[in-house]
Design a protein. Sequence first.
Length: 244
Amino acid sequence: MEGEEEDKPVPLVPSLRKAWQQLKTLDVSLILMLVLEKSISGGGFAALLTIFNPYVTTTFNYSNNHSLYIITVTSVGVGIFSIGVVALFVFAKLGTIIPASRTFPLSLILCLALFILSYPLPLISSQVPVKSADNPDGCDVSNPKFLWLGMVAVLTGTAMPFSLISQDTIYSRVLEGLDQNIMQAAYVMIEDVALAAVPAIATFCFKKWSPAGFWSGCAVVMVIALALWVPVYRKLRHGKEIGN
């Protein structure tokens, strides 16, 4: 009977009440800002991934099979750079050299760099023809095309692990000493809501304002995220939840 008592699940309502009591002991504004930052950064990656595949297949001067090959190679490049960054955290103790409060804004700066550096390229700032019966060749700007793909692989592949590792580190340390099950679930749930909404929003904006407008909008969002991080950094530094 004792074993059966121990195996009973924790009732939901008391668990939520306990989480609420714990939440009141924290800086709620800091928690909300961290959630907002996670939604912005995760949404930014989702937006880029949403438009990347269809943009390559509908505009580049390649067959569908070749376009798929290019997409695959670029995705592998993103993965390789991501693994490289994670390896630095694991083997070179990068997290002790650069604190999480700085690696997260670094990820935003890398994303912003992608949008700013690639904006002057013709396939972003100019009106790019879509492949069709009247224009079977689509976009034929080879060199800038591969420069853009290289930027996506290097900058996105580097920014993603910086963002994910630093956010989880900061949030866990802010909640240190508390029961994190529900709080972590809420953190992930809010991000999932953003990730579910972003593809539809990104597709609408991309169609309405073209690549140039979409790229400009993403750059503005990254700038806003960086500006919002300033008060978060001050709170973290003042509270000493993480390193400076």
